[in-house]
Design a protein around this ligand. Sequence first.
Ligand code: ADP
Length: 178
Amino acid sequence: MATEVKINKSVLSLVEGDITNEGTDAIVNAANTRLAGGAGVDGAIHRAGGPAIMEECRKIGGCPTGQAVITTGGNLKAKYVIHTVGPVYKDGTKGEAKLLKSAHLESLKLASARGLKSISFPAISTGVYGYPVDEAANIALATAIDYLQEHADMELIRFVLFGSKTYDIFSEELKKLT
Ligand code: ADP
């Protein structure tokens, strides 16, 4: 399944799949503040990309919630992995929305600063971190749309959603926003 919308000359796309297979310039990892690796998409990226990614993560040392850092993509098709840390969802009143938006925005800014033209995101914070998928999708997509409207140099932002349920919710939210 896939959906695509044009924002000026750039593309925002949704696909159902495994982000470790993506060939965009960078893929984004939903990391933890210690950059220690973990379950979910984090584990999948380190398994597929090999030890070079963790080696760089160790040197960097950590990443605060809402910020982003960049490493090699190791054995992945993507040249770079951007590691960002989304918020753990508590009750929605603990600054979660602002932090989730920041995680996306800081990842995009880092990609642009490196001259990258395409980037793939997973559904950050919606797994172990418990963010309601519809709310997270709204924030992620609105941030991506705004970014593409303001930065013509970014040609493609793709959301790679694991499973049809997450994909369907992102599709619904995208319809509301476009
Ligand atoms: P978080 O700790 O930020 O919640 P998770 O990795 O637990 O991160 O989950 C984030 C999202 O990534 C979930 O929707 C999960 O289903 C999804 N996910 C897990 N593995 C992959 C993968 N290989 N590719 C894309 N998305 C994945």
